[in-house]
Design a protein around this ligand. Structure first.
Ligand code: NAP
Length: 291
């Protein structure tokens, strides 16, 4: 008799495009463990509570949570991990016998590809573009894993960013300075430049902008690390410009895999076979880019 399959899934809105099913189902197939990962598109935030009650009743093993529900799920969980609690945002839920615990693996997933540069980053200023959930996870990652001089948060609406930090009750150990995103000269001070906006995503150049920093501005230099959270395309226009300037570059695929690896372990107790998953993911991305 075949063993009953445990269900995992992604809660979000319009998330059919997600690579998470491929990542987790590939890992489960390689390890031969009885899980199946699917997507749950929830159109209305009012349905989140019902969805999570249903998940308890049905014994769904766990979820990832993505835009726009990383904060909406929080009130309906039984417990929050310390990291999730620090930014009041959840990207992973584990269901243990009807008790739902919220975690945030974006924080460590973001930090993971930067850890090799720890000495270079310690005591410096870093810059993050964006004022949403991904930017907050990056701020928290810098706080947890690096000792910094300052974090510059580049946003188009400073008041909105202040509200975001205040509403979260966020206490950063490194000082966060909010800067207007057009004050680009300030990026010269940054050892790491992070794009935590969707700018650069394939097919999303409605406003005619494909890079958060104009690609011909000559503000990036070879001492810097440029980290784009966007992973489609793998090499965004920002990363192309950074490569031309001789900077180190990190693609959003590293964070995508880093957070997935940690979520996978929380659900299954097993290590994700990362190199084989990465190969499958790159193959799929390559196929999609030629469609
Ligand atoms: P979000 O909560 O919607 O925030 C997006 C932020 O980008 C907002 O602060 C928004 O500013 C800003 N923004 C949008 N368009 C802009 C523009 N033209 N100029 C300046 N700022 C602009 O989204 P999120 O969850 O933080 O995610 C941000 C990006 O990171 C997405 O592309 C997401 O796919 C990616 N991400 C990747 C990973 C990964 O694993 N690689 C993980 C998480 C997120 P306003 O507030 O002014 O609108």
């Amino acid at each position: 008799m075949t063993k009953a399959i445990k269900i995992l899934g992604l809660i979000g809105r319009a998330v059919d495009y997600s690579y998470s099913p491929l990542i987790h189902n590939t890992a489960c197939d390689i390890l031969g463990i009885p899980y199946y990962y699917t997507v749950f598109n929830i159109a209305d935030p009012d349905m989140i509570h019902d969805a999570l009650r249903g998940a308890k009743a049905l014994g769904i093993a766990g979820f990832n949570v993505t835009i726009p529900y990383k904060k909406n799920v929080v009130p309906f969980l039984d417990e929050l991990s310390e990291e999730a609690s620090s930014i009041k945002a959840v990207n992973t839920i584990v269901n243990q016998h009807g008790k739902l615990t919220g975690h945030n693996t974006d924080i460590a997933g973001f930090a993971s590809p930067l850890l090799g540069y720890k000495e270079r980053i310690t005591g410096t200023t870093v810059g993050i573009f964006g004022g949403g959930g991904a930017a907050l996870a990056a701020i928290e990652a810098f706080n947890r894993f690096f000792s910094l001089k300052e974090i510059l948060l580049f946003v188009r609406d400073p008041q909105k960013a202040r509200n975001m930090l205040n509403e979260t009750g966020y206490k950063a150990s490194s000082p966060v300075t909010i800067v207007r995103s057009d004050e680009l000269e300030k990026i010269r001070e940054c050892s790491v430049i992070v794009n935590a906006t969707p700018i650069g995503t394939r097919g999303r150049d409605k406003e005619g902008i494909t890079s958060i920093i104009p690609i011909d501005c000559e503000l990036i230099n070879e001492t810097q690390i440029v980290y784009d959270m966007v992973y489609n395309p793998l090499v965004t226009p920002l990363l192309q410009a950074a490569q031309r300037a001789g900077a180190k570059t990190i693609s959003g695929i590293e964070m995508l895999i880093g957070q997935a690896e940690r979520s996978f372990t929380l659900w299954t107790g097993m290590q994700m076979p990362v190199s084989r998953v990465r190969a499958a993911l790159l193959h799929e991305m390559q196929m999609k880019s030629t469609e």
